[in-house]
Write a protein that binds this ligand. Structure first.
Ligand SMILES: Nc1ncnc2c1ncn2[C@@H]1O[C@H](COP(=O)(O)OP(=O)(O)OP(=O)(O)O)[C@@H](O)[C@H]1O
Ligand SMILES: [Mg+2]
Length: 413
């Protein structure tokens, strides 16, 4: 049985996508769009009757199956459901393109575990976005993308930024461990976390998690506006396949190599693909610090109890006020806070907080050598020093973030 192939040239070169579009009324405009998305010879149309043969002969490059559904007859929907199953079993990511079908049919098809779906022909751009997301799933090697429904893929991640007002106050330690705790907490709900090291010069996230710095990081941070999800996926490393990490580039870059536009583009790409985006900020304030602050949902300002931190915090707050920034998103964190028995220390904390006019949201005690060791070995505290007081407090921060969202989701729907 011959395949119904729109272009013979596609046969030999293992096209990126197989397209099942029997009876799809918009096939001509769809074909044009697919030419633009994949390239003329990187997709091939296969008739439903030839599906088995085509799926049995898959070439190395073929990773996407596009399945269309336009007729709302139960039999047709059953046939499409079977097709989706077959394509999935063959290891393809299935993109469902739907015309005018009922929500009941839609529900039936989504249950088959498509990786994503796009209505067609409206809204404009939905197809492009869906293909980009599939490429992201594929490039990140995250086969669990299969079976995700659209709501899981069209994420609008929450942005949590960690900023140390003085050098060495523990911002990166907190960012890394917060990201890990959160990733562990929300994983069961199919939620994903990304950690972005914006300390482009001497970022330590790669060291603290012992992950490789990918070659693609440099291009991403220096010209992010021209990148898509595939570009982001290529620049990310993973820690134990649970946490996605954008490390600093291999070579130390001037902090101003990135523009505010690039920074916004990186965050937006990450927010589309992840539920939580944690940013480790450098201490120096750059022209792109303001957009990061504005985009952040929570901004953790980390300090210690010494005069240097107090003075810097004072200046930082003054800058924010001068720029009329929203102060409500600030969460003040005191690291290496004095222990329960250190009464003088406690009194000092109270005095400093009062003089700055702030309320400390979290106080993280000194965790001793175990913290430095964990950082040096590139392992999160939860994995190596579970009951360390630093780990316990960071876990509390993560729990607060995760439950806040769960509560919001429950009350909104
Ligand atoms: N609460 C803590 N108890 C013990 N050690 C800590 C604590 N917080 C951070 N450290 C250690 O202090 C060192 C500096 O921390 P970290 O690199 O996280 O600070 P930073 O604010 O990111 O510094 P930089 O200004 O270099 O970016 C690390 O070795 C870390 O392990
Ligand atoms: Mg740091």
């Amino acid at each position: 049985m011959a395949l119904s192939i729109r272009r013979d040239s596609s046969l030999g070169s293992a096209p990126e996508a197989l397209v099942f579009a029997d009876g799809f009324p918009e096939i001509d405009t769809l074909a044009e769009e697919l030419d633009n998305e994949f390239g003329v010879d990187q997709w091939v149309e296969v008739s439903n009757t030839s599906a088995d043969q085509a799926l049995a002969q898959l070439g190395g490059n073929t990773s996407i199956a596009i399945v269309t559904a336009s007729a709302d007859m139960p039999q047709a929907i059953e046939g499409i459901a079977a097709l989706i199953r077959k394509a999935r079993d063959a290891g393809l990511l299935v993109l469902l393109i739907v015309g005018e079908i009922s929500s009941r049919s839609m529900h039936m098809l989504l249950k088959e575990g498509v990786a994503d779906f796009a209505p067609y022909p409206e809204p404009e751009g939905a197809l492009t976005e869906a293909i980009e997301r599939l490429r992201f799933v594929r490039a990140s090697g995250n086969q669990s993308g299969v079976g995700l429904t659209t709501s899981a893929l069209q994420r609008r991640g929450k942005v949590l930024t960690v900023y140390g007002v003085a050098g060495g106050v523990g911002a990166s330690t907190i960012a890394v461990n917060l990201a890990w705790e959160l990733a562990t907490l929300v994983r069961k709900q199919g939620r994903k976390v990304a950690l972005l090291d914006f300390n482009f010069q001497y970022g330590s996230v790669a060291t603290f998690l012992d992950v490789p710095r990918r070659e693609a990081v440099y291009e991403l941070v220096s010209e992010a506006s021209s990148f898509d999800q595939t570009g982001l996926a290529q620049a990310l490393s993973t820690y134990q396949d649970k946490l996605w990490v954008l490390t600093a580039p291999r070579d130390a870059l001037p902090l101003d190599i990135v523009t505010p536009t690039d920074v916004k583009a990186i965050i937006n790409l990450a927010r589309e693909a992840f539920d939580y985006v944690i940013i480790d900020m450098p201490q120096a304030l750059m022209n792109w610090s303001e957009p990061v602050y504005t985009i952040s949902d929570d901004f953790f300002a980390v300090m210690e109890i010494d005069m240097r931190s107090a003075q810097n915090m004072f200046r930082f707050l003054r800058t924010l006020k001068a720029e009329s920034m929203d102060l409500a998103k600030l969460v003040f964190v005191l690291n290496r806070s004095p222990g329960m028995t250190d009464l003088t220390g406690k009194a000092r904390v109270k005095r400093v907080a009062e003089s700055l006019g702030i309320t400390l949201g979290h106080q993280i005690p000194d965790g001793g050598k175990a913290v430095v060791n964990a950082c040096d070995q590139g392992i999160p505290l939860a994995e190596i020093a579970k009951s360390n007081p630093v780990r316990k407090e960071v876990l509390r921060i993560a729990q607060r973030v995760a439950t806040e969202d769960a509560t919001k989701a429950a009350s909104s729907g």
